[in-house]
Write a protein that binds this ligand. Sequence first.
Ligand code: UGA
Length: 435
Amino acid sequence: MPYRLTVLGTGYLGTAQAVCLASSGFEVLGVDTDPGKIAALADGVVPFHEPGLEPLLREGLASRRLSFTTSYADAAAFGDVHFVCVGTPQRPGSYRADLTQLEACIGMLAPLMAGSCLIVGKCTVPVGTAQNLAEQLRVLAPGTELAWCPEFLREGHAVQDTLTPDRVVVGVQSARAEAILRNVHAEQVAVGTPFLVTDLATAELVKVAANAFLATKISFINAMAEVCEAAHGDVHLLAEALGHDPRIGQAGLRPGLGFGGGCLPKDIRAFMARADELGVDQALSFLREVDAINTRRRTRMVDLARELADGFEGVRVGVLGAAFKPDSDDIRDSPALDVARTIHDLGAVVTVYDPVAVPQARRAHPELRYAESAIDAAQDADVMLLLTEWDEFREADPEIIGKVVNKRNIVDGRNALDPDRWREASWHYRALGRP
Ligand code: UGA
C-alpha cells in the first residue's frame, strides 16, 4: 500500500510537490490556509505562472489521486507522511528568516497527530530549526518523527526539477524515516539519482550552502563585469571562456542585472544572520560582498540608462521585463522592477511590459505605467531597457521597435540581445559589462 501524503503550503514549492507526487502515483492532499488558493487549485487552476504545472494538476485531479483542503484536521486524518512547504521569507527590518508560517503549521498539525507519522520539512530554514522542531514534536506529538528533505527546484522549471532532481538529500533521525523517504523517491532512486542520507543539520545546510554558492557565482561574474567596464573588456566573452573549464562551467555565469526572487537574496541574508548567531560570522562575511555586488548592478543599470537618455527629467523609458527572471510571474525582489521604480522616482516616465507579470507588478507598483506589448512599451521611448530576458525580447525585431521609439537607445541589462543586430539597425546599444 503506497503512503498517503499531504503537502502543507501550496505556494511555488508546495504546489509543484503535490502535483508531481500525485503524478508519481501517490495519493496526495494539498493543504493551505488560503481558501482562494485552494479553490483555484481544486478547480485545476495554478494561481501563478509555472510552465507545465497546470496540465499535470488537471491530470492529478482527474485521477482522483490529488485533492485540496484548508482543513488541518483532514490533513492529519489523511496522511502518513506530511511535507511542510510553507514560506520562510526575510523578516522585515532584519536579515533573519521569518519562521512564523512554519511555526504555525507545526503548531496546528502536531496536536492532531496520532500514531507514527513522519513530518518532512522541505522549506529553507536556518540550521538548527529542524532540531528545535523535533524536540517540540517529542512533547506535542510523541510517536511523530521529523525529517528534513530540502528542495532545489528553480521557478520556471519546477516540474522538471521536482520529477527529475539532480539529487535527493534526506536529513533523518532513524532508519525508518530513511526507508519511508527512499520509498517516496523510489522513481528517482531507480534511475540512479544520488540519494544522500544526512543528519538534520547537514540537510538544512546543504540547501542554504547551495543557494549561497549560486549567488556567489552570479556575483563573481558580475564583479568581473565591473572590471570589464573599467578595463574595456567584454564580460560576455569572458564568461564564455571561463565556462569552458569544466571545473567552472557555464551554468549560473550569465552576467547582467544580477539575482532576485524569493530565494537567493533572502537565503544568503538569513545564512549570514544564522552564522552570526553561531559565532562564525567571519566564515560568511564574503556573502555581504556578494549581496553588495548584486545591488551595485542595479545602480549601474540606472546610471547607464541616465547616460544614454542624458538625464531622466521628463524622459520616456520603455522597460522590457518585470518578473525576477523569465518563465515566471514572480516579482519578489525583482531587479527589473527595482530599476524601473528607481528611474521613475528620478523623474522619468516609465512604461513596463512583461509577458506574464504585469498584474503582479501593477499591484505592487501602481505608480508605474504598464503596456500590453513590447511595442506599446516602446512607443515614443527615449531609451529602452531590457531587464528580464524573456525569449520574446531576445527575438524582437530592432527595426520594428525602432519605428515607434523617439530615440534608438537600448541598454541590455541581461546580455541577452545580439549587439550587432541592434547596432546594424542604428540603435545605440549598451550592455552591462560590455564595451
Ligand atoms: C534558486 C535556486 O536556483 C534553486 O536551486 C533553489 O531551489 C531556489 O532558488 C529556492 O531556494 O527555492 P530560483 O530563485 O527559482 O532558484 O532562480 P534561479 O534560476 O537560481 O535564478 C535566480 C536569479 O539569479 C534570477 O534573478 C536570475 O535572473 C539570476 N541569474 C541566474 C543571473 O543573474 N545569472 C545567472 O547566470 C543565473
